[in-house]
Design a protein around this ligand. Structure first.
Ligand SMILES: Nc1ncnc2c1ncn2[C@@H]1O[C@H](COP(=O)(O)OP(=O)(O)OP(=O)(O)O)[C@@H](O)[C@H]1O
Ligand SMILES: [Mg+2]
Length: 272
């Protein structure tokens, strides 16, 4: 009897369920808001397990770039391949599966104020990922211990410092054991003395196998932890290099100017 051949178009839900390694590849990705072009033909390949720091001036398109990966924004043109598979035109079920493989940490933590640290984590596991209550509880406690907050499980966000809240948010992003974690300026809403504890958690996570893409102004993180720095300005990647090279001798004049401003704001001048 004639058998219909499998469809080769959009990736199936099962593909993202069994995601093993997690490379991310942008191919000619563009994003427009109406008439405004925000990202222009971005080509960027990130290897599974790699730690990439994305930096660039305000408004250059950094947040948009990483929000496209888990489709918090829809792309206007091009395609993003995850684990070698196209992520265009996914059905709802496949998109949910893909998102469960990707953690996202926001600048403003985005914790639920009426839930404890533990509940912020278990809620996502039981409601989004279909875990049983007891397994979710155990996972939440293990994750809170991993970010150094074993004793804060029953605290509400208002009872936690900014640094502690952000560590809960990181634990929540790790809850479903994602293969990719995206950070959008995770320390820029924090008081200076709390930045270190969050960076330490990120440092412990780096090179553990998870693919890490971090939008950051923390040049120390970029310099010491990232495998690669990607510099973006005006919606285009102007330079990418190993941190040692990028910080020692940035090639693009705009990258040089940006670094001068970030590293030595008093003497960088007003010109942008
Ligand atoms: N929903 C939107 N509608 C219209 N324009 C937008 C929208 N979101 C972002 N933009 C514009 O797209 C550009 C890139 O924004 P994006 O947030 O990606 O920049 P960014 O590099 O993350 O900046 P910052 O460092 O300030 O966070 C900006 O000019 C911004 O005004
Ligand atoms: Mg941003």
């Amino acid at each position: 009897m004639f058998k219909r051949p499998p469809l080769l178009s959009a990736a199936s839900a099962a593909d993202f369920l069994h995601l093993q390694s997690a490379s991310v590849e942008f191919r000619k990705v563009s994003k427009n808001y109406g008439e405004t072009s925000v990202l222009r033909e971005i080509d960027l390949t990130i290897a599974a397990g790699e730690v990439v720091a994305i930096c660039g001036p305000s408004g250059s398109g950094k947040s948009t770039l990483i929000r496209l990966i888990n489709q918090l924004e829809t792309l206007s043109d091009g395609d993003i391949f995850i684990d070698g598979k196209s992520t265009r035109a996914l059905n709802n079920r496949t998109l949910r599966r893909l998102r469960s493989r990707i953690g996202f940490v926001f600048q403003q933590f985005n914790l639920y104020a009426h839930l404890t640290a533990e509940q912020n984590i278990t809620l996502s596991l039981t409601h989004v990922h279909g875990w049983k209550r007891e397994a979710a509880h155990q996972q939440a406690l293990a994750l809170l211990a991993r970010v150094g907050l074993a004793d804060k499980a029953q605290h509400y966000p208002a009872q936690l410092s900014g640094g502690q809240q952000q560590r809960v948010a990181i634990a929540r992003a790790l809850a479903s054991s994602p293969q990719i974690i995206l950070f959008d300026e995770p320390t820029s809403a924090l008081d200076p003395e709390m930045i270190g504890e969050v960076l330490q958690v990120m440092k412990d996570l780096a090179h553990s196998g998870i693919t890490m893409i971090v939008v950051t102004h923390e040049m120390q993180f970029a310099r010491e932890i990232a495998d690669r720095v990607v510099f973006i300005d005006g919606g285009a990647i102007l330079e990418q290099a190993a941190p040692a090279q990028f910080f020692r001798s940035p090639q693009h004049p705009r990258a040089r100017r940006f670094l001068q401003k970030v590293l030595d704001p008093l003497h960088a001048g007003a010109e942008s």
